[in-house]
Design a protein around this ligand. Structure first.
Ligand code: GLV
Ligand code: MN
Ligand code: MN
Length: 409
């Protein structure tokens, strides 16, 4: 099947009028996972679900299968199928669909693997439901403990363990998998570019780029606790309104980040109890902060924290702030990147990124690289995210060439 057909086939799942909602261990996630399993089985790939629910579709070496030999020196590619709230179509699925299409392309050309090749689908990459991004790859790599993961809850209070069990998988077994990690020689994730760097390269842009590294980043939860009161009768002087220090903190975060060339975003906020005609009892808000280096990131977040504490005290509100996730700076493997550059042509641009990826988590354990596909809007985590079909096809050809180089010679 060609890329465009595969792409259209996956599209209906989790699609709403305002974007994609493919949250981990929900119906739409189950549909996407089933779609992947069906497509992999159609291709005769051996589908396995690891102890963390990540999917692996293996294109095995024929001789290894005959001899029952364990998989070694595998070349793995893939991405994720979950989405942010009202996300675009490309972030995640492009890497998965391109991987299947790349295998088709290689097979059509009669290429066979000399080392096992796998296409993966990682669980909860966006952290949209349970708050911790790249949860499937973090569990696999032992970066997050199983107890902590099981106890994560979604906004409705459903635990990760219960949600996973509800999807028919056993949460008791989640955790690191050294054997699986040890069998991997290289991981290459293809992803839509989440910016316009490739689009603006003179004279006519570039369809494909390579990742240099990922900015360190993290998420913090801020709980501003005040006192519920009546919007029509409580005098300003008597209020303890958590919305005010929260609003001031949003502006302070923007300033703190701007001054340092960093990024700080409040993208999720919940006011409690949420009545239009009431002063809130509490405001819960989540800060996403990113910077080119750890020191700048930590300075930015410290400033947000101290400003938030000051604003809260001014309004008789208490603030507690805790980190929910941390992703250290990532530099992708330079030798693997050079090898890929040589296959793709030296003119392929190498870009840093502020976006997190499973590849970033795995980079601490296995040689890892990322391919980016041009996004003319530069927008991501939004339905405006886009890649032209011709560029997606160029991505498939590039990924096929990389798999051929790494696994089929
Ligand atoms: C994932 O896309 C992230 O960067 O948060
Ligand atoms: Mn994303
Ligand atoms: Mn992604």
């Amino acid at each position: 099947m060609i890329f465009a057909d595969l792409w259209e086939d996956l599209k209906p799942y989790g699609r709403t009028d305002s974007g994609f909602r493919r949250y981990t261990w929900t119906r739409s996630d189950e549909q996407c996972r089933k779609w992947f399993i069906d497509q992999a089985e159609l291709r005769g790939l051996a589908v396995e679900t690891d102890r963390n629910g990540n999917l692996w579709a293996w294109w095995d070496v024929a001789q290894d299968v005959t001899q029952g030999a364990p998989r070694r020196n595998a070349v793995v590619t893939g991405s994720h199928l979950d989405s942010v709230p009202d996300g675009g179509a490309f972030d995640g699925p492009l890497g998965v669909v391109s991987a299947l299409a790349a295998i088709d392309l290689l097979r059509d050309r009669g290429v066979t693997p000399q080392r096992p090749v796998a296409v993966t689908v990682f669980v909860e990459e966006e952290g949209a439901r349970f708050g911790l991004a790249c949860l499937g790859s973090r569990l696999l790599a032992g970066v997050v403990g199983p107890d902590r993961a099981r106890e994560l809850t979604d906004d409705a209070g459903v635990s990760y363990a219960d949600a996973m069990a509800g999807a028919g998988l056993d949460p008791a077994g989640i955790g690191p998998d050294e054997d699986l990690l040890g069998s991997i020689d290289a991981f290459v994730e293809l992803h839509i570019e989440q910016g316009r760097a490739l689009a603006v390269i003179e004279p006519e842009g570039c369809a494909i780029g390579l990742a240099e590294g990922i900015w360190p980043h993290g998420r913090w939860r801020l709980d501003f606790t005040g006192m519920a009161d009546h919007a029509g009768t409580a005098r300003f002087a008597d209020r303890k309104d958590p919305m005010l220090p929260f609003a001031a903190t949003v502006l302070a975060a923007r300033k703190a980040a701007e001054q340092r060339g960093a990024l700080a975003t409040f993208g999720k906020v919940i006011a409690e109890p949420g009545g239009v005609n009431g002063v809130s009892a509490a405001v819960h808000a989540w800060l996403d902060a990113r910077a080119a280096d750890e020191e700048t990131l930590s300075e930015t977040v410290s400033t947000v924290r101290s400003d938030g504490m000051r604003f809260s005290a001014e309004h008789g509100v208490t603030l507690s702030m805790r980190q929910e996730s941390a992703t250290p700076v990532v530099s992708f493997d330079p030798r693997l990147r050079e090898r890929i550059s040589a296959v793709l042509g030296a003119e392929v641009p190498v870009l840093p990124t502020g976006a997190g990826h499973d590849a970033g988590v795995l980079a601490a354990r296995v040689p890892t690289a990322m391919l980016f596909v041009r996004n003319p809007t530069g927008v991501s985590h939004s339905p405006a995210e886009h890649a032209d079909l011709a560029d997606c096809e160029a991505g498939v050809r590039a990924l096929a060439a990389v798999i051929e180089e790494l696994a089929c010679r």
